[in-house]
Design a protein around this ligand. Sequence first.
Ligand code: ADP
Ligand code: MG
Length: 243
Amino acid sequence: MALVEISNVHKSFGEVEVLRGIDLTVEKGEIVTIIGRSGSGKSTLLRCINGLEQINGGEIKVAGELVHSRSTDLRKLREHVGIVFQQFNLFPHMTVERNITLAPVLTGKIAQGDAARELARKVLAQVGLEEKIDAYPGQLSGGQQQRVAIARCLAMSPYLMLFDEVTSALDPELVGEVLKVMEDLATQGMTMILVTHEMNFARNVASKLVFMHAGMVHEEGRPADLFANPATPELANFISSVR
Ligand code: ADP
Ligand code: MG
């Protein structure tokens, strides 16, 4: 069974259909990169996968469970399906430790106190920021804040992580450190679906590349194949525009 099974998903905002029959399968341990022009539906698709958006047709299964079913406990699902956005959304008045441990403590996953601090240490080590455990977000660079946001996600022990253009708001010199963290996670076997404009990452780290165009999966395949031999003029144009 694939970890994520998306079949014939349709999604409209009012009159506008932004997802027009999406099919996509993600196996456990796969790194799937989604590329495509602005407005092609990439963020909407990610948001549908963890139930932040309703859908108008088709179905999405994560770990065998239908995301858009009345009987699905979305809060439970989101504990296992982490999402990281372009804007890090850390709480400015809380320390890094508190930002990271808030959700695990509130959901009863872990007790406040030493255990929580230990968890924060562990996930901060995964993003190379143990020394910032007592810092406030305002004392960190954008790249460091985004790494804390990823650590916060890891603290819930997700089995799937969704990344929506997590490096797009960063100064260019800070992009590399965040990509490095995602590459490390990939190496450790985390299943990830990422929307990114970082073509080198898409080319070198992803196991599957998905090109979205006009609300559809226009092409998908091995990154090297798609970059070398785009089958459609839309992908060829996209690749030359981002080079
Ligand atoms: P991408 O991430 O590929 O840039 P999006 O998924 O953000 O694309 O958006 C796809 C289309 O859906 C766009 O035309 C956008 O304006 C529209 N859209 C996205 N979210 C909403 C919303 N909450 N309400 C209305 N329209 C939306
Ligand atoms: Mg987007």
